[in-house]
Design a binder for this molecule. Structure first.
Ligand code: SAM
Length: 312
């Protein structure tokens, strides 16, 4: 067993899927280390060598197959893991003030209708509904299995939420999937864009712009460049620069701040869609106190505001 695998095991990062519990704070420490900043994490010499030596991409044939089977692989993921994989996202209310029911700022209307994209089985939606009683959540995922699990939760209440299957990379997808004339105040993307092929991310952003009201906010949290899970990939998993495939066929991209900002703020054929409100790296550690092990986690956390121009 190499060092990476040993660390993975001790930190309880699932070896089988290679997908860690995203940003689960720590395993045994109650007060996780957290820092924020604008510069990427500095790599050790060993880490840099590992990344630089991994320069062979998965074959074109396989890359195409992973793209064609993206939905199937997420369905299989949820069939295997059911609701037991991701941890509930309670940190979202701390990180994004606007999600709190009592949030008020002069001239800004509160968030009443929120669209949670790539909702999985509801690890963000259910804590949010419990925390904020004035909010209605539209929740979508392209995995039918995920949406079935979301809806089978005893807390699923059609007066407060609506779950549906939708692939956000398809043209006009959200506009067609959401009930007609719904005005969305905010969108959440929690570890979702990274699961989408980089060539299709812009399409996803355009779909969001079609349903978000002017002034509405997109909240993003996702994998950042040089996160431990990026360094951990062994050879044979690289699909493109900073884009990898896990053992179970699901894929992940690792963002720099510049990339996520460009994705939202660079004008698209339909115009200037978003402007940046905030964009930063979040640095954390996954810690196993008993074993005295720490690995660096890096996420990007951003807010983008819908410009006042309607999208055709
Ligand atoms: C890493 S999981 C995160 C799940 C959830 N947001 C959470 O944090 O617990 C990525 C999710 O994005 C969904 N997804 C991937 N591509 C998608 C697409 N094109 N349209 C909608 N959902 C997608 C997957 O099915 C999966 O549920």
């Amino acid at each position: 067993m190499n060092l990476n695998n040993e660390l993975t095991k001790k930190l309880n990062i699932t070896e089988k899927t290679g997908l860690e519990n995203a940003d689960s704070p720590t395993l045994e420490s109650d007060v996780p280390f957290q820092n924020k900043g604008y510069m990427p994490r500095e790599l050790s010499v060993e880490e840099r060598n590992k990344l630089e030596s991994d320069n062979e991409l998965v074959s074109e044939f396989k890359r195409r197959k992973f793209e064609q089977e993206a939905k199937k692989n997420w369905d299989l993921f949820y069939r295997r893991n059911k609701t037991n994989f991701f941890k509930d996202r309670y940190w979202t209310f701390r990180e994004f003030d606007e999600l709190n029911e009592d949030y008020s700022l002069i001239g800004e209307s509160p968030i009443r209708k929120l669209l949670e994209i790539g909702c999985g089985v509801g690890n963000f939606m259910y804590p949010l509904l419990n925390h904020n009683k004035s909010i209605f959540v539209y929740a979508c995922d392209f995995s039918t299995d995920a949406i079935n699990l979301l809806k089978s939760n005893a807390e699923y209440d059609t007066n407060r939420c609506h779950g549906f299957v939708c692939d956000i990379t398809m043209e006009n997808s959200l506009r067609e999937c959401l009930p007609q004339n719904v005005e969305i105040d905010a969108v959440t993307l929690i570890f979702v864009l990274s699961a989408i092929h980089p060539d299709k991310m812009k399409k996803a952003v355009e779909s969001i712009a079609q349903v978000l009201r002017p002034g509405g906010i997109v909240f993003v949290r996702d994998y950042g460049m040089y996160d431990h899970s990026m360094i951990r990939f062994d050879k044979g998993h690289k699909l493109d620069e900073k884009f990898y495939v896990r053992q179970d066929g699901t894929r992940t991209f690792f963002f720099s701040l510049e990339e996520i900002e460009n994705l939202f703020t660079k004008p698209s054929p339909t115009g200037h869609l978003f402007h940046k409100s905030s964009n930063e790296y979040v640095f954390r550690e996954t810690v196993n106190v008993k074993e005295n092990l720490r690995v660096p986690r890096v996420f990007i956390q951003s807010k983008f505001v819908r410009s006042n121009i309607p999208v055709l």
